[in-house]
Write a protein that binds this ligand. Structure first.
Ligand SMILES: [Zn+2]
Length: 46
């Protein structure tokens, strides 16, 4: 699932939340930065 970050308020918006609208549901900003799909990585806790 693609995720976007609003360039104005910095919220993470999923494709689901966006729906057909290409704007931030929180502040109506239209500039969204596409994030890379989350990669599940195992990191050793120290
Ligand atoms: Zn926003």
């Amino acid at each position: 699932m693609a995720e976007y970050r609003c360039s104005n308020c910095g919220k993470i918006i999923t494709q689901d939340e966006l729906g057909m609208k290409a704007k931030c549901p929180y502040c109506s900003n239209k500039i969204l930065i596409k994030l890379r799909p989350r990669v599940v990585k195992l990191v050793k806790a120290r």
